[in-house]
Design a protein around this ligand. Structure first.
Ligand SMILES: *[C@@H]1O[C@H](CO)[C@@H](O)[C@H](O)[C@H]1NC(C)=O
Ligand SMILES: *[C@@H]1O[C@H](CO)[C@@H](O)[C@H](O)[C@H]1NC(C)=O
Ligand SMILES: *[C@@H]1O[C@H](CO)[C@@H](O)[C@H](O)[C@H]1NC(C)=O
Ligand SMILES: *[C@@H]1O[C@H](CO)[C@@H](O)[C@H](O)[C@H]1NC(C)=O
Ligand SMILES: *[C@@H]1O[C@H](CO)[C@@H](O)[C@H](O)[C@H]1NC(C)=O
Ligand SMILES: *[C@@H]1O[C@H](CO)[C@@H](O)[C@H](O)[C@H]1NC(C)=O
Ligand SMILES: *[C@@H]1O[C@H](CO)[C@@H](O)[C@H](O)[C@H]1NC(C)=O
Ligand SMILES: *[C@@H]1O[C@H](CO)[C@@H](O)[C@H](O)[C@H]1NC(C)=O
Ligand SMILES: *[C@@H]1O[C@H](CO)[C@@H](O)[C@H](O)[C@H]1NC(C)=O
Length: 449
């Protein structure tokens, strides 16, 4: 009995997701900031790591384990595969088009884009807590055409990437991905090799930004699970809301709000602010509204207001907006069934990992984001100006995200009344919230009055 236990323990410990060393893993460094009202921001040194699925997975002699799906000679079963195959370091710039510079991260599409995660200085994913906070970044989408998507979002992934006796790679090698689509294509799931693609990896997902230069979408995707949840077969259905309750200005009736030369001009860099407001103005509260602002050329631009008959004239995501959208536009009820904004908020309160990716869908086009998704005679089916004629392959597609910052409401892009808005050594927003303006006091201090 004991020896059976001991040998099965040995066997299970040997089933490890190995680390390969053909290319040394050097995470591209990037800075990000945390900010507080009144006193400005603190800079942190982090880095990015490439998702495990994008990495070269190979045997000790350098044979690829998954040339087109898993090679069943090398990987007849999950245990053998885990013992035999290793995740290698990444040539970030050369192979994946991933480069950083200070606070900026650029993704060049090249051969197929990339998906990266933000790491802290201990090689764990930064675990963001954004309830009653705002999350802000600058983005240059000018070079992202129809059918491409430069995305920045939160997933409730394990902050250590699920590192364990059976996963030696962990967050440093980009393991532990999950999202609200419960993807079944993840090669390693919780230390098990997903050779048959039967395992799905589900978790709550908050899409702050899915966009190209033609359309943009902000989308909470709640799930009925806590953390990363591994599902199998039919057990994967109905755990999450894969469509989400999105806000897309174009779809919501304002076709001239976001795009080249529009009010939010996608030919220029813009700042994107997303606020997670709660019912009691505390991090402990229930998520009640997800609010968006843009800042461009020193001007704060509130999100567009919904202009579709039957829908509330709001410019943020609230429970009423989501429920009315289901009723009026016939959107999926999955959002409410999976707990809606409240459930999304519970996930965000537990913490979220930052995911940044650049991907394409040249097959059908990315119509859910930028084109016609449904019957053109029905309201709310046109989500952007792109048509099949606009879908062309462009490996030179690129996106740059920079100045990632998180903090108290209004602390990352404009200051509150009496807050500091300038001065030598000050590192924080220089705009003041309406109706205040920045008043010079002395060379070390300006204040919103
Ligand atoms: C799978 O691996 C075996 C054993 O190394 C090899 O002979 C075969 O060519 C591989 N198949 C593919 C499609 O790479
Ligand atoms: C990095 O950014 C700095 C300042 O933002 C700029 O001067 C420099 O040219 C950039 N370097 C590269 C390689 O893009
Ligand atoms: C934005 O990206 C485009 C395309 O890559 C580039 O030409 C332009 O210089 C970038 N703008 C800024 C302000 O960095
Ligand atoms: C991962 O595997 C460990 C050990 O088998 C188990 O305790 C844990 O619950 C699993 N995690 C998930 C998310 O399934
Ligand atoms: C689009 O949004 C802008 C800015 O909020 C507003 O001025 C304009 O009237 C809106 N247009 C439509 C058609 O809703
Ligand atoms: C709402 O859209 C209609 C056209 O569908 C337009 O005539 C009207 O000006 C828009 N309202 C606002 C406030 O922009
Ligand atoms: C998901 O959670 C919601 C409330 O949080 C509940 O109403 C619903 O029945 C749950 N669905 C499943 C499939 O567990
Ligand atoms: C899409 O293609 C049509 C026809 O060539 C063109 O008129 C239009 O400007 C294109 N739109 C975009 C967003 O590229
Ligand atoms: C944040 O700024 C907005 C817009 O200027 C303002 O309506 C709101 O009251 C401010 N909230 C806080 C907490 O300062």
């Amino acid at each position: 009995m004991l020896s059976i236990l001991a040998s099965s323990l040995l066997a299970s410990l040997a089933v490890a997701q190995q680390i390969g060393t053909f290319t040394p893993e050097v995470h591209p460094p990037i800075t990000y900031k945390t900010c507080t009202a009144y006193s400005g921001c603190t800079t942190h040194q982090g880095s990015v790591t490439l998702d495990a699925n994008y990495r070269w997975l190979h045997t000790a002699s350098g044979q690829t384990c998954n040339p087109a799906g898993f090679n069943r000679t090398i990987c007849p079963d999950a245990d053998t595969c885990g013992e035999t195959c290793a995740l290698d370091g990444a040539d970030y710039a050369g192979t994946y088009g991933v480069t950083t510079n200070g606070s900026a991260l650029s993704l060049l599409f090249g051969n197929g884009g990339a998906r990266v995660y933000l790491l802290d200085d201990t090689d764990n994913y930064v675990n963001f807590h954004v309830m009653n906070q705002e999350f802000t970044f600058d983005v240059n989408v000018s070079n992202v055409p129809c059918a491409y998507n430069g995305a920045l979002y939160f997933s409730e992934m394990p902050p250590d990437g699920g590192i364990s006796a059976t996963n030696k790679a962990g967050a440093a090698y980009g393991t532990g991905y999950c999202d609200s689509q419960c993807p079944t294509g993840i090669n390693f799931v919780n230390g098990t090799t997903n050779v048959d693609g039967t395992l799905g990896s589900c978790c709550n997902e908050m899409d702050l930004w899915e966009a190209n230069s033609l359309s943009t979408q902000l989308t909470p995707h709640p799930c009925n699970v806590t953390g990363e949840f591994i599902c199998t077969g039919t057990g994967c259905s109905d755990l999450c809301d894969p469509s989400g309750c999105e806000f897309n200005p174009f779809r919501m009736g304002n076709e001239s709000f976001y795009g080249p030369g529009d009010i939010v001009d996608t030919t220029k860099v813009m700042t994107v602010v997303t606020q997670f407001l709660t019912d009691n103005n505390q991090a402990s509260g229930t998520l009640s509204s997800i609010r968006r602002f843009y800042v461009q050329d020193g001007k704060v631009i509130p999100n567009s207001v919904v202009n579709l008959s039957g829908l509330p004239k709001v410019n943020s995501i609230t429970s009423d907006y989501c429920t009315d959208k289901m009723n009026v536009l016939g959107d999926s009820t999955a959002f409410d069934v999976h707990g809606g904004l409240a459930q999304m908020g519970q996930s965000l309160a537990r913490g979220a990992v930052l995911v940044i990716s650049l991907w394409d869908d040249l097959g059908g086009g990315m119509t859910w984001l930028d084109g016609l998704a449904g019957d053109a005679s029905q309201p709310g089916t046109l989500r952007g100006p792109c048509t099949a004629a606009n879908v062309t392959s462009d490996p030179a597609t690129s996106v740059t995200f920079s100045n990632i910052r998180v903090g108290d409401i209004n602390s990352t892009f404009s200051q509150v009344h009496f807050g500091q808005c300038g001065g030598q050594f000050y590192d924080g927003p220089v705009l003041c919230a309406d109706p205040y303006s920045c008043v010079f006091s002395n060379p070390y201090y300006s204040q919103c009055l």
